[in-house]
Design a protein around this ligand. Structure first.
Ligand SMILES: C[S@@+](CC[C@H](N)C(=O)[O-])C[C@H]1O[C@@H](n2cnc3c(N)ncnc32)[C@H](O)[C@@H]1O
Length: 289
């Protein structure tokens, strides 16, 4: 089913809502997810990244769309406290592939969107969205992650320029703006561009690994969605769409995160590929009011 033209991104999501699973109770959601999780054998678990390498070549393909990105990692600091974003996580590859599938299949039109990513780490998800033609992608993380994140933005721009000269990137888009900036959860964004960007979608990949993070991130998402619509320059009358990818690691932590989200958001689970099913979840959400 391709999209009727001229739908806003929020309306596109509404148009397909029958394909998604409504989530109304955190305990029920976790029971459902973990009944699948425990029925899987460890061999089927995706292993899409290599945390020992200083550079990874990622290629995501769907239909006629191919996105190739080289992502720099810093494996040496990954074991240090608060440096989990120094390497790629499977969730970012699964989310990236999901966005490529949506765009290539005509389910979601991601071009022309203004997108904010929280906890970008190495930046794969946001950079894929940039390549898919988003109008503006703002990658954010803690101050200590900026050096690596900026390096990956530069690598992506360099690769885009090379691809342009080979005239291959036309179908990939990549004409929009992309940059990295600090955004520490629980604090208002210090970069005014984040507030003035007229954000349509916020994306988060694999950022919940502890109960305390669950509430901090959920509160930050509420705050970011409200700020994105409180600025008078924001052109959209529709709510910001939040897309969250999360690896299942702990039933307690996942339940806490879903419970926190349900306090403020309408939440739907979106089916991802069979291959990720059981170990990763993907949600779309928007503020109740
Ligand atoms: C497990 S990594 C995931 C990185 C990336 N999204 C991915 O999927 O590959 C979690 C990310 O959240 C970021 N993060 C954790 N706490 C944060 C905070 N309080 N404010 C901003 N970012 C934070 C980390 O720096 C890290 O980049």
């Amino acid at each position: 089913m391709t999209l009727p033209s001229a739908l806003s991104f929020f309306e596109q999501i509404q148009h397909r809502i029958g394909e998604y699973v409504p989530v109304e109770d955190a305990e029920e959601e976790v029971c459902e997810l973990y009944s699948v999780y425990y029925s899987k054998s460890a061999e089927t678990r995706p292993n899409l990244v290599d945390a020992t390498k200083s550079e990874l070549d990622i290629e995501l393909q769907s239909g006629k769309t191919t996105i190739s990105l080289t992502i720099a990692q810093n494996p040496n600091i990954n074991c240090e406290l608060g440096q989990t974003g120094a390497v790629l996580w499977d969730s970012s590859v699964i989310m990236g592939q999901f966005f490529v599938d949506q765009q290539a299949g005509g389910s979601w039109d991601l071009s022309q969107l203004n997108i904010l990513e929280l906890g970008s780490g190495c930046g794969l998800v946001g950079l894929v969205l940039h390549r898919l033609g988003a109008r503006q992608v703002i990658l954010t993380d803690q101050p200590r992650m900026m050096k690596l994140l900026n390096k990956n933005v530069e690598l992506c721009m360099h690769q885009s320029a090379t691809l342009h000269t080979r005239d291959k990137i036309k179908r990939d888009g990549a004409k929009g703006i992309v940059y990295a900036t600090e955004y520490l959860w629980g604090h208002p964004p210090t970069d005014l561009r984040v507030l003035q960007a007229g954000i349509d979608m916020i994306v988060v990949s694999d950022c919940v690994f502890h109960e305390t993070v669950a509430s901090l991130l959920a509160d930050t998402l509420v705050d970011a969605c409200r700020r994105a619509r409180s600025d008078s320059s924001s052109y959209s009358k529709h709510p910001v769409v939040v897309v969250i990818g999360q690896e299942l690691r702990s039933d307690i932590v996942h339940q806490e995160f879903v419970a926190r989200l349900l306090e403020s958001f309408i939440l739907y689970r979106v089916p991802v590929s069979d291959h990720a099913d059981g170990y990763h979840t993907l949600y779309v959400a928007w503020l109740k009011h």
